[in-house]
Design a protein around this ligand. Sequence first.
Ligand code: UD1
Length: 363
Amino acid sequence: MRGPIGLFFGTRPQVIKASILRQSLSKVGQVLSVDTGQHYDYQLHQVHYDQLGVEPPDDFLGVGSGSHAQQTAAILTATAEWIRGHKPSLAVVIGDTNSTLACALAATQLRVPVAHVEAGLRATDRLMAEDVNRRIVDAIADVLFAPSEASAATLRREHPRATTEFVGDVAYDVLIRALPRAPATDSLAAYTADCAQGFVYVTLHRAELVDDAVLLQRVLEALDSLDRPCIFPVHPRTRKQIESLDLTLGARLHLTTPVGYLESVALTKAASAVVTDSGGLQREAYWLGVPCVTVRGETEWHETITLGANVLVNPRDVSTLGPTINEAVRRRRAGASWDRKTYGAGDAAARIATVLASFPMKP
Ligand code: UD1
C-alpha cells in the first residue's frame, strides 16, 4: 500500500496556504500534515489555525528560532526522522522559507518525490535567503506548481525535465473563501480609533530591511510624518529591532501586536493604501483592489507592478516613500482598478490535487 502524502509547513503564510491544500489533497489520498514549528507565537501562528478552522497538524516538530544555519539544520534533521518513520509517498512543500528548503531536501535525500507549491518565482537579488531557498527547491522538486504564467515559463526553461503546471495561487483560494468571514470595518475600532479620515495599513518584516537599523529607522520616520495614521502590526523580528532603536515616534504610527489573517484581510480592504515588504500582502492588496507600495528594491510578483496595482520604493531612497504613498491614496480615492486574474481563478488547490492524482508517487 502507498504511504501518506506529507504536507510540510512552518511559518505564518504557510499555515494559511496549508489550510486549503490539506482539504484538496485529502481527495488524492491520506494526508499527514507536519508543522515544523519555525513560527510558534500564538499571534504569529496558532491564531491562523483557529481562524481558518485548520485542524491541528498531525505532527509538530517544534524546531523554533535560531540562526539560518541552526534553523535549517534542525528542520532537516527532524523532517528526515519523520520521513523515515512515516514513509510518505510524496512530500508537498510551500513557498520559500527555511522550512520549505529543509523539508524538500530531507525528502529528496530519502528518495521521496517532492511537489513544490508557489514555484518559479525569482528575485534578482540571488543572495536573499528566500531566493536561495526557492531556487534550490525548484531544482530538486519533481512537480512544480506555478502561481502565474511567467513563473511557469521560468520553470520550463530552467527545469525542462520536471513536471510544471500553472495552477494559480493558493493564497487566492484562501482569500476568496475567507472574505465573507472577515470582520466588518466598524468592528475594527480597536485598530482604527482615530482613523476616520482613512489609514495606511503597514507591515514590514523582511530581514534585508528590518535587520538594518538605519534603514528601518528612516522608513519608520517617513511613515510617522505622513498626514494620516498608519496601522502597523509588528512582526517579532521587527519588534526586537524597534526596541533596540532610540526612536521617538509620533502618535500617528499605531504599532500593534501581529493580527490574525481575517483581521489583516479586513484592514487591507478598509485601508486607503497598503505599505509592505510581504509577498502575501502585495497580492492580497492586488486582489482586493487596494493600491500597494512595496518597500523593497524589487518584487517577485512582477505582474502587480505592470498591472498598476503596486509600486516599488527602495528603502535606500526613502525620500520618495511619503509622496508615493500619498499618490497611492489618491489613486484609491479616484477608483483605480486593474485586472485581478493574473494569479489564477481561486481553484489552485483543486488543480494541484487533480495533477497529483495521476502523478507516480513512491509506492
Ligand atoms: C520567515 C521567512 C520569510 C517569511 C516569514 C513570514 C525564512 C528565511 N524567512 O521570516 O520568508 O516571509 O517567515 O512571517 O524562512 N520569532 C518569534 N516568534 C515566532 C517566530 C519568530 O518571536 O513565532 C522571532 C525570533 O526572534 C526569530 C525571528 O522572529 O529569530 C525571525 O523568525 P524566522 O522564522 O527566522 O524568520 P521570519 O523573519 O519570520
